[in-house]
Ligand binder design. Structure first.
Ligand code: ATP
Ligand code: MG
Length: 452
């Protein structure tokens, strides 16, 4: 029946409307990380923080939103990221803002703005979400997370070797060394690349019919980007293209040869890949990528290199720089599929406190906290929400706890209980009743631990 005109909607009308509304879903390519997946993330985050701190890197945090111009000027106008992947919008003042697609630009902006760069050496790390409007698939998302490090004020190649070594130590700590390989390349200076770009353009113009639209566009705007193409036909056309290595200055070549010696001395094996160019314009000289075969198509887990021109390009004083970024989701996928997350990193519940009956909630909460204070290593859940003994016991078993502490009484008395029952949550179900004052000690006895 249609609603009578001017009649205010009744509660029934409103709740009907709410019931029929579609449930809202997350944005495509933006993942929820559910409690069952958190232990892998926490394990990884703890391990990364431990490794970077052991190398003397200090954490920097900077905003997720920056001016669009920051990314255009650093990453490069003619790159996949800037051309088609950025989440940009005008805010209420009409300023163009962008959700950060990577961390280096924001890190440089923040460090320079606060005077951390001029005439100094800095070792910095960051972590957090990044945003790129890509086609979502396994290992490729629209919100994803990176760990990154940036080292400022050092010419290399020693610092280049150090950041590669840091990644290698991270793989060692995560037991992933056997599943990743390191590729390195020397992409020379911006000037070297300009000369190379001209030669590559000339070469590709003769192969024009083998290129796709994207490659043809890039041929005009930024020929080196064609090397990045994932289209097999384009890759075939590139098979006897001129090599960047032949255009790189002697100085730069000497530096990367020295880097290779340092890597060998550190026992880090690598593969030279003359086609490795990286998807961002700001790199120079040494660039590298760690890849894996365990993830299918999305094989890159860490990419980085030197970027000596970037600080000046963003308006700061010329500053030597190098860094890398790791894709956290891809590492999570690897750790889970290779079963590399130790059981000990899963959150444990040891004690479940049952609260059965009226007027016992306060005593339940207090006793639970007392157990936590005496045994900080334990996880303790205090049952909330009432319910029958059997239902609470079922929840206690489901929680994975080894021990139940049971506060139970019939009737409406308001005085605190004088006794509690303690019961092991295994098939034996051994139980005992003790005075409340002895319960803490008894919990320790049952679990075979003492107060720490
Ligand atoms: P790819 O070649 O896979 O697109 P990229 O060169 O664009 O990677 P970088 O910009 O170097 O990646 O970022 C560093 C790391 O971040 C990558 O090695 C990868 O592990 C991760 N990464 C990049 N884009 C995504 C994404 N859309 N989803 C998940 N991880 C990503
Ligand atoms: Mg990419």
């Amino acid at each position: 029946m249609p609603l009578a005109k001017n009649r205010a909607p009744s509660t029934d009308d409103r709740s009907n409307r709410i019931c029929t509304m579609a449930k809202l879903q997350a944005i495509r390519g933006m993942n929820d990380i559910l409690p069952a997946q958190s232990p892998t993330w926490q394990y990884l985050e703890t391990c990364f923080a431990r490794v970077v701190q052991s190398f003397g890197y200090r954490e920097i945090r900077f905003p997720i939103l920056e001016q669009t111009q920051l990314f255009k000027r650093s990453i490069g106008e003619v790159t996949d990221i800037v051309e088609k992947e950025m989440y940009s919008f005008d805010d209420r003042n009409g300023d163009s803002l962008t959700l950060r697609p990577e961390g280096t630009a924001g890190c440089v902006r923040a460090a320079d703005q606060h005077g951390l760069l001029y005439n100094q050496q800095q070792r910095l790390w960051y972590q957090g979400p990044m945003f790129r409007h890509e086609r979502p698939q396994k290992g490729r998302y629209r919100q994803f997370h990176q760990f990154g490090i940036e080292a400022f004020g050092m010419a290399g190649p020693d610092i280049d070797a150090e950041i590669i070594q840091l990644a290698a130590i991270l793989w060692r700590e995560l037991d992933l060394t056997d599943f990743v390989v390191l590729e390195i390349n020397n992409i020379g200076s911006a000037e070297d690349r300009r000369h190379y770009g001209q030669a590559l353009r000339k070469f590709l113009e003769s192969k024009s019919e083998q290129l796709d639209d994207d490659a043809r566009k890039r041929l005009v705007s930024n020929p080196m980007r064609v090397l990045d193409s994932k289209n097999p036909a384009v890759q075939a056309a590139l098979s006897d293209a001129p090599l960047l290595a032949d255009f790189v200055s002697a100085d730069s070549q000497a530096q990367v040869r020295q880097l290779q010696r340092l890597l060998k001395a550190a026992g880090i094996s690598y593969r030279e890949n003359p086609r490795l160019v990286r998807g961002l314009d700001y790199y120079n000289n040494c660039v590298f990528e760690w890849t894996t075969e365990s993830l299918g198509a999305q094989g890159a887990v860490c990419g980085g290199g030197r970027y000596d021109g970037l600080v000046a390009q963003l308006g700061g004083k010329p500053t030597l720089a190098a860094g890398f970024a790791i894709g956290v989701e891809r590492l999570v996928l690897m750790l889970d599929s290779l079963q590399k997350v130790p059981d000990s990193s899963c959150q444990r519940i040891d004690v479940y406190v049952l609260v059965v009956g009226n007027n016992l909630a306060g005593q339940g909460l207090q006793l639970s906290q007392k157990i936590r204070d005496y045994y900080p290593q334990l996880g303790v859940i205090c049952h909330c929400g009432g319910g029958k003994y059997n239902n609470q016991l079922k929840r206690a078993f489901n929680s994975g706890a080894g021990l139940a502490v049971i506060l139970e009484r019939e009737g409406d008395a308001e005085t605190p209980l004088a006794e509690v029952k303690i019961r092991s949550l295994d098939d034996a179900g051994v139980s005992t009743t003790v005075a409340i004052g002895d319960s803490i000690e008894k919990v320790g006895e049952f679990l075979g631990i003492s107060a720490s």
